[in-house]
Write a protein that binds this ligand. Structure first.
Ligand code: ZN
Length: 403
């Protein structure tokens, strides 16, 4: 029995979900049949995955313009941009209840209470986020003003009058509100833009908004809703385990990986009638593990989102993720925050890995430490390490940039 084995209760829940999914043309086409049932974990791992980005677009193609999932029970129609236009995200009345409950629980763990007055500065128009967040705060019993983006002066005045303590929205906009004279807030739940993935950004926001502020990161997709969020103890992103089943797979082979290993996150809804995701490949990298947190022992995306799966390269038989190198560099003062590039070249019969670091050359001791960290954590050591005074923004893999 591996530690990713799923319980009998979860198998029953997944079977209910598979039955719901089989009613839709999208899954009948993907599976080649309408009825899929599982009796053990291995059965689930054999169900065909939905490729990244394909869900809303492929569903649209089956029966345009409303797509394969439209039906009588739809009550909310959100729209999300795809490369070919706006595509619908549907919810039944039941779906909205399960989503708001799951999100309210994540907000509660983040430290939001009935005494808080919140605003969200994300859009209420077309996209799923605004209304989804509104619902979640109401479910929790907190107070929320549906502010939306823009109108900075009016928003600052509202924040003063209503003693707003929580903002759900873009951290960059929260900083703008602060500069425009907004009173201090207690909790900022980041959304709408990359946050901790940008080195130094979280610290900059904390410096601007005050050291006491609780900064919360969430993980979600338009197709999935929010599926994980940090709690106020910041031990990683706790998964909404009643709402979504998360797997981590090897992006190359598609095989599920054991707990604690980095791989691509795959999402399955556990209580969604319309537009349910079954094994949707997100393209995002993460590590799943159970974490003991003061808020409870929970399955958690440890260390948050670790970059994109499509940035992975195999070098000398070892899978190398740029995000892994970032973490390794950030472990030591001599390399923390330095920009870098990776380059693979054929040095005769074997591949050569080069690391190009921004900034001054490392002293011998620091260089030896860096090599040790490479050997321990990514199993291979760069054949050479070069330095550039300044690295312009661009792809991490140097040959990608040149292509
Ligand atoms: Zn926690």
């Amino acid at each position: 029995m591996t530690d990713t084995t799923i319980s009998a209760t979860l198998i029953a829940t997944l079977n209910r979900q598979l039955q719901r999914a089989g009613r839709h043309g999208f899954y009948r086409r993907l599976w080649g049949q309408s009825k899929v049932e599982i009796t053990q974990s291995d059965d689930f791992a054999r169900i065909p995955m939905v490729p990244y980005g394909a869900f809303a677009e492929d569903a649209h193609q089956i029966d345009p313009p409303r797509g394969s999932f439209f039906g009588r029970d739809v009550v909310r129609i959100n729209l999300t941009p795809s490369s070919k236009g706006l595509r619908p995200i549907y919810f039944s009345a039941h779906d909205l209840v399960s989503l708001r409950r799951a999100n309210a629980e994540l907000l509660r763990r983040a430290g939001v209470t009935e005494d808080d007055v919140a605003i969200t500065t994300l859009s209420y128009s077309l996209l799923p986020a605004g209304l989804m967040i509104q619902d979640a705060f109401e479910e929790l019993g907190a107070k929320i003003i549906p502010v939306g983006p823009g109108e900075t002066e009016r928003t600052v005045a509202l924040m003063r009058d209503w003693k707003v303590s929580v903002i759900y929205g873009n951290p960059s906009y929260a900083m703008r509100l602060h500069e425009a004279g907004a009173p201090p807030i207690r909790v900022l739940i980041a959304g709408g833009e990359p946050f901790s993935a940008i080195p130094g950004y979280k610290d900059a926001v904390r410096d601007a908004l005050g050291s006491q502020i609780v900064l919360i990161e969430s993980y979600g997709l338009a197709e999935a809703g929010t599926v994980a969020r940090e709690c106020r103890h910041q031990r990683g992103l706790h998964v909404a385990v009643d709402y979504a089943h998360l797997e981590v797979i090897d992006p190359a082979s598609g095989e599920p990986l054991p707990r604690g290993e980095v791989g691509e996150i795959v999402v399955t809804h556990l209580d969604k009638e319309i537009m349910p995701l079954v094994r949707y490949r997100t393209g995002d990298l993460g590590v799943l593990d159970h974490v003991d947190c003061p808020c409870g022992r929970t399955l958690t995306l440890v260390g948050g989102i670790r970059g994109r799966a499509d940035a992975m390269r195999k070098v000398k038989g070892v899978k190398l993720y740029p995000a892994q190198i970032r973490q390794l560099l950030d472990q030591d003062d001599t390399t923390r925050g330095r920009a870098f590039r990776l380059q693979v070249s054929d040095g005769g019969s074997t591949q050569q890995l080069s690391l190009i670091l921004e900034g001054p050359p490392l002293a011998d001791g620091a260089l030896a430490d860096l090599r040790t960290r490479f050997r321990k954590e990514v199993l291979i050591i760069p054949n050479d390490i070069r330095y550039e005074a300044v690295l312009p923004p661009g792809a991490i893999w140097l040959d990608d940039a040149q292509r």
